[in-house]
Design a protein around this ligand. Structure first.
Ligand code: BGC
Length: 484
């Protein structure tokens, strides 16, 4: 009898994680091009200092707006076009966004001569690429969750986080390499275009490989294509298990309507809060502004770059801890340990900044913070978001939670700059105020997990759905008892 095929799951997971790699690549590629972008699009406008820096800030972060839009649309896409179809749309957006932002003058004027006049198309292409990120950030983990056997589901989804981190580190080295190929004048005229265009390589690979993967069994059942679902389930889980899983999927899709609140508010609220807390603990303030932070600590530009690489490497290494333990220890213990580690590290950083004692100790605190995030909230939130929602509302509910995450991401990156630039806060906290906030958020995140998040380790997606049923019944019982 066919016993299933772990190799196939690994191959399919690999293809889906390219979406994660592009997520990391696209969000970080811009960091290498900032100087040249200012030089070409912003400086010739001779704006006031404030206007120029806010226009530059918007240009750099415009892709995040695309991420919000893309993730909000991803639920609909994943239902209408399928998980595979949604990922193909994302790959096309990565490709167009990358090439378009490298030569935004294309079809409009002479390349290299338009300057500020090409800023609007540049921003549009960045938003397009960001939409690819938003879509892939939701559908890649969803795809993996829906093809994975339950015993290794957490680990496989965590590989997507690994791919995000690899994407960030990879583009950092690609940018550094491209920059090293020519003179500073060449960097300003052409290198930045190559940096942005380099994303087309993984995008093309992603698009090509997607042509060969099937859609997920859960989506096939949603579309009434049960034969295909059974075939796919049999290839992955073996014949005996496949029939059982298929029956479960059919049952869970029939149980309730597709109405978003069919399972009550808590499931959606918990998903959104998990997603938002992943950002409120401040990860992207630390990642996006690591060089600035190290300079605030008094490091030279060069060693600030080196320390940024140390941060990236810590992010990578500690993601493996989650991969190794998430299916054995469970989701909740990892989240709580990570929150505690992040809280301690952030409070230590706050104290060190206030005491003007930044130096090696602060670097240790930052690395401890990154380690805490990488072994917990980084991967585990994606694991939970992809597995916690009941089948019939999964697409919509996950898209809402992920869109909320991107809004929170925008808010955190923007507000860090505001806090870091406030003379009053700096007088009292010496650039350390934000870290007190992130430490407090880490404490709140641990309390939230302990109180509200269910453990999903080892359960099939269908039996996770039963958890919310139970939740509802308990709540209904409690309200009846309260009324009596
Ligand atoms: C988060 C991103 C973050 C990345 C860094 C992801 O899980 O969603 O916002 O930049 O981890 O490792």
């Amino acid at each position: 009898m066919n016993k299933g095929n772990a190799g196939l799951v690994v191959v399919l997971t690999f293809v889906a994680t390219l979406g994660g790699l592009l997520f990391g690549y696209d969000t970080a590629v811009i960091s290498g091009a900032v100087g040249a972008i200012d030089h070409y699009f912003i400086d010739p406008q001779h704006l006031s200092q404030t206007l120029a820096s806010s226009l530059s800030g918007w240009t750099i972060s415009s892709a995040l707006l695309g991420c919000v839009l893309g993730s909000a649309a991803a639920g609909w896409l994943s239902i209408r076009l399928g998980r595979k179809g949604g990922l193909i749309v994302a790959a096309l957006m990565f490709l167009l966004g990358s090439i378009g932002s490298a030569v935004p003058e294309f079809g409009l004027g002479v390349i290299g001569q338009m300057g500020p006049a090409a800023l609007t198309p540049f921003i549009c292409y960045r938003i397009l690429g960001g939409m690819g990120v938003g879509i892939a950030s939701m559908i890649s983990p969803l795809y993996i969750a829906e093809i994975a056997p339950s015993e290794i589901r957490g680990r496989l989804i965590s590989f997507n986080q690994l791919a995000i981190v690899v994407g960030i580190l990879l583009v950092y080295f690609v940018n550094w390499f491209i920059q090293s190929l020519g003179t500073p004048a060449w960097y300003l005229s052409s290198a930045w275009r190559l940096m942005l265009a380099s994303e087309a390589v993984p995008a093309l690979l992603f698009l090509t490989l997607l042509m060969f993967v099937p859609d997920t069994p859960r989506w096939f059942v949603m579309r009434g294509r049960n034969e295909e679902a059974l075939k796919q389930l049999t290839r992955v889980n073996g014949e005996a298990a496949a029939r059982g899983i298929l029956a479960d999927i059919e049952r869970t899709l029939k149980v309730r309507s597709e109405h978003l609140f069919a399972f009550g508010m808590p499931v959606l609220a918990i998903g959104i809060l998990l997603s938002v807390f992943q950002q409120l603990v401040g990860i992207n303030a630390v990642l996006y502004y690591a060089p600035l932070m190290f300079q605030n600590m008094g490091a030279s530009t060069n060693s600030a770059f080196l320390q940024t690489v140390v941060v990236g490497a810590a992010n990578l290494v500690f993601t493996f801890v989650a991969i190794a333990t998430v299916d054995r220890l469970g989701r909740k213990p990892l989240l709580v340990v990570g929150s505690v580690l992040m809280a301690v590290a952030m409070f230590a950083l706050g104290v060190l900044f206030s005491a003007k004692a930044v130096g090696f100790g602060a670097l240790v605190a930052v690395v401890a913070y990154i380690a805490g995030f990488a072994l917990s909230w980084g991967p585990v939130v994606w694991v939970l978001l992809a597995e916690m929602f009941p089948n019939s509302i999964k697409g919509k509910a996950m898209a809402i939670a992920v869109a909320a995450q991107w809004v929170a991401n925008l808010f955190v990156s923007w507000s860090f700059k505001v806090m870091d630039g406030s003379p009053w806060l700096n007088m009292h906290f010496n650039h350390g105020f934000a870290y007190w906030i992130y430490g407090t958020m880490s404490v709140l995140s641990a309390i939230f997990v302990l109180r509200y998040v269910p453990e999903t380790k080892g359960r099939t997606l269908e039996s996770i759905q039963e958890l919310w049923h139970k939740h509802r019944k308990d709540a209904a019982l409690a309200s009846v008892q309260a009324a009596e």
